[in-house]
Design a protein around this ligand. Sequence first.
Ligand code: BEZ
Length: 304
Amino acid sequence: MELKHVKSFIAVAEELSFTKAAQRLHIAQPPLSRHIKLLEEDVGTLLIKRNYRSIELTKAGHFFYQHALDLLERAESTKYMTRRLGNATQEFSIAVVGSVLYGYLPEIIYRLRLAYPDYRVHMRQMGTTEQIQALKEGKIDVGFGRVATDDPNARCLELREEKMIVALPVNHPLAQPGKKIDLYDIRDENIIISCVTGKITYANIVSAFFERKGLPTPPIREESDLQFALGMVAAGEGISIVPESFSKIHLNVSYHEFSDDKISSSIHMHFRKNDQSEIVRDLLDIIRGIYDAEHISAMYLQDK
Ligand code: BEZ
């Protein structure tokens, strides 16, 4: 079975039009029809029903479509992984969402670089949805974020839970030393958060905290720059809800725990499902080693 024919079938199945599929593939219609015919001969059954004015997939065509997507994804990721293995300089690309930068990430990367001195380890900031796409396209090898996904081509591990805390302007009435905050106390505040653009944002996580308590979500303002978001809090523009690890950032804000210690968010790691590389296994061992040393609870490193 030729991948070219499978690609043609996917285009026809998605466009339900030979004309549009040919345009999408930048080929003429006769070779497209030939691809489908050869594929049907190869598979040994009709995949597309051609009616007078329209076309539709047969039952076998629907089945084949789902598996064809998977086949193509696997072929693509095999190509990228093989290319990577063949490169003289090994590259390893890690994408992270901004909200995981201040936890154990620096130590993890430091240890990875020590263990793999011949690798060029790159890091970049990217939202979770973009990370999954970049994984599939072979542009990154691992993504860290705060949202689990169930993409069939990616493996998603839950690493650990991190408590969330509140950042208040220092002259806020609630900013008393050691004061724990209830979500109810901040229901009327403007919330400023930092995020990178993407379909699943940090704002969704924050609004879920209020929804779970049956409280309406206060206005949430998203800033792309973390320093700017916390600077706005320091200037009295609002408050922020941030991971506990952000308390290392010393801007003129007062950090407070929540009285409900279940207000937390999980850190997730995504990588290609068929990635058997040693470096990914070792990266997991490094994370496991750090968590063990820090007595981080046993729910980590579970498949989601
Ligand atoms: C952590 O803080 O546990 C963490 C952060 C980024 C990647 C992996 C782990």
